[in-house]
Ligand binder design. Structure first.
Ligand SMILES: [Mn+2]
Length: 348
């Protein structure tokens, strides 16, 4: 048992080196870096950027973090010095043009995922790298490290720093812990692995503060937002033998509670807390007579099929789309699709 474990560990170390061996020389041999991530950056995107930026700065590199969208207010505690910049074509043209290396984090697929700054980065002379845990295309960059087993890009940044012989500072540990805790849904999503917990243990040892991070991320809502959540919870209906939960939110309700749609993170998950629910449908009225459909499943049914039918996308257990139409009509239609999907997945 002991010998096996030791062998396994050696294999893992070898695997890590193999994963990074092409990227490490690029990092070592260059001096100026631009880091970026996807539009609507989440905590994994931001935490990975901040931790990698600090690591590279420690190696004496010049690093800029440039994103198309601003960091959501809830994650700004990770960046007290405002190192993450929102892309401005005028301000950032020269730093992008003169960069040696561009690193896209948590966003494989294509430059579109990176937003407007992606178009500028795409044309830069720099070597382009991508580090991600999503299983999407990597032909838009020169070199990529994709590990779909990783629960978060933050795990990969930790691994990279360690593989390069580096250490993790308290600030890096905070950023990476926040990345992992959010991307794993507090260590419950399927990609949460022994490796996730091993890395998390190291982050705690390096000074990450779970109580502080939890409180910053999950306990900073406005009173209006919590009251609106109460109203939405009150309105939840179920159908399909209790296996489908559905609810909607109008623009006027949002306004009357003084809540922005960017504050609705987690609303789609509310229906998942009901016993027996396999599919959640949350429809939100958005400007220009459109409806934002958010879908969740308990993992027994791939609801991204419904999202794809509306030209949206996502994962089997979390997906969405935006469509034209009236809230009630769109929701009724999605409910029918969900019922049909249940019919082919064990019945309603
Ligand atoms: Mn991620």
């Amino acid at each position: 048992m002991c010998v096996q474990a030791e062998q396994l560990q050696r294999l893992e170390i070898k695997a890590a080196l193999k994963l990074w061996h092409k990227i490490i020389p690029v990092i070592k041999n260059n001096n100026t870096f631009v880091l970026t991530s996807h539009i609507n950056p989440d905590c994994d995107a931001l935490g990975s950027e901040l931790a990698l930026a600090e690591y590279l700065s420690g190696l004496g590199k010049k690093v800029a973090i440039i994103n198309s969208d601003p960091a959501p207010a809830v994650y700004r505690f990770l960046d007290p010095q405002s190192k993450i910049k929102r892309y401005s074509p005028k301000k950032h043209a020269s730093v992008i043009q003169t960069a040696d290396v561009i690193i896209v984090l948590d966003a494989s697929g294509n430059w579109k995922r990176v937003g407007p700054v992606g178009q500028t980065l795409k044309q830069a002379q720099a070597v382009k790298l991508c580090i991600d845990h999503h299983p999407d295309a990597t032909d838009f960059v020169d070199l990529a490290v994709i590990d779909t087993e990783a629960s978060a890009t933050g795990e990969l940044i930790y691994d990279l720093a360690l593989t390069m012989g580096g250490t993790v500072s308290k600030h890096m540990a905070q950023a990476l812990y926040a990345a992992v805790v959010t991307d794993t849904g507090s260590f419950r999503f399927p990609k949460t692995s022994p490796q996730t917990h091993r890395i998390t243990a190291e982050l705690l040892a390096a000074g990450a503060d779970p109580l502080y991070i939890y409180s910053q991320i999950y306990e900073q809502y406005t009173a209006g937002c919590i009251r609106l959540k109460g109203r939405v919870m009150e309105s939840i209906k179920t159908t399909g033998g209790g296996q489908i939960a559905y609810y909607g939110l109008t623009q006027s309700a949002l306004k009357s509670y003084g809540v922005k749609s960017s504050e609705l993170d987690g609303f789609a998950g509310l229906g998942q807390q009901i016993e027996g629910v396999r599919i959640v449908i949350f429809c939100q009225e958005v400007p220009k007579n459109r409806v934002k459909i958010s879908l969740r499943s308990n993992g027994t049914v791939a609801i991204n099929q419904i999202a794809v039918a509306y030209k949206g996308g996502g994962h089997p257990s979390a997906a969405g789309a935006i469509v034209s139409g009236k809230l009630d009509e769109v929701m009724a239609e999605v409910i029918e699709k969900a019922k049909a999907l249940l019919e082919t997945n064990g019945g309603a």
